[in-house]
Design a protein around this ligand. Structure first.
Ligand SMILES: Cc1cc2nc3c(=O)[nH]c(=O)nc-3n(C[C@H](O)[C@H](O)[C@H](O)COP(=O)(O)OP(=O)(O)OC[C@H]3O[C@@H](n4cnc5c(N)ncnc54)[C@H](O)[C@@H]3O)c2cc1C
Length: 209
């Protein structure tokens, strides 16, 4: 079945992927996104963090932030996430590229009710580091009140994936220029305790690094 025009990848269409399983998988490899929306006639793209639970993306922020106030108006928004997996170095400058996986989600935001905030904030926390929520002092009433959580349904979404070696022109094949890919891996380093670490044992959630 053809994807709806709004989300259909036209530029190199073979790279477009629309199944929920792939879109969720890519979203779950990250926790930062750019949220784009129009504000007073000007397009803005704001970097922020997200959590996914089921078919819902959660964004959180101060109730006074422009982004939260604007998104709660139910305006059209676009959330993008991308991971770069390799530099793709072709023989020609023109065919240089990147291997990547990206997701674009269109939707409208809606601030969730107070009684749903804890679950949604846990989803955001879990997205970054599983187990940390349970180790933390959980938000109190005042903190919850000061925090807005916006939910966006992942109903209009596409993924785009590029993999593999460079694709040079036939005419350039014999040029004595190195070509290939340089894989990139995101790496966490050894955790460093805060100054006020005191006598607390290292947290279980952090032991994975
Ligand atoms: C890290 C990274 C770097 C890139 N660098 C460049 C670059 O330098 N120049 C360049 O032209 N392109 C680049 N791309 C590809 C770029 O994201 C677009 O796919 C491409 O520019 C076509 O844009 P368009 O608006 O013409 O897309 P169209 O194909 O017309 O888009 C139609 C619809 O397809 C979907 N779509 C388009 N692109 C994506 C995507 N990347 N992920 C998920 N859904 C998508 C959206 O729903 C969009 O509304 C890069 C992608 C990534 C992830």
């Amino acid at each position: 079945m053809k994807a709806p025009d709004k989300i259909r990848v036209k530029r190199v269409p073979k790279r477009g992927v629309y199944d929920k399983e792939t879109i969720y998988r890519i979203l779950d490899t990250d926790y930062t996104c750019t949220v784009s929306f129009m504000h007073r006639g000007v397009p803005v793209g704001i970097p922020t963090i997200y959590g996914r639970k089921g078919n819902t993306l959660y964004l959180h922020g101060a109730g006074t932030s422009r982004m939260m106030l604007e998104l709660d108006k139910g305006i059209d928004i676009c959330v993008t996430v991308f991971n770069v997996h390799a530099l793709v170095l072709a023989k020609s400058a023109f065919h240089h590229s990147l291997n990547y996986e990206s997701v674009v989600v269109f939707g409208k935001g809606k601030a969730i009710d107070a009684d749903q905030k804890m679950d949604a904030l846990k989803a955001v926390s879990d997205q970054i580091l599983k187990g940390r929520w349970e180790e933390s002092r959980l938000p109190n009433e005042k903190e919850l009140k000061a925090t807005t959580v916006i939910a966006i349904e992942i109903d209009e979404a596409s993924a785009k994936i590029r993999t593999g070696p460079p694709s040079d022109d036939k005419a350039d094949e014999n040029l004595a220029i190195w070509s290939g890919i340089v894989p990139i891996e995101k790496q966490y380093m050894v955790p460093l305790p805060a100054d006020d670490y005191s006598s607390a044992n290292i947290a279980d959630s952090v032991k994975v690094f």
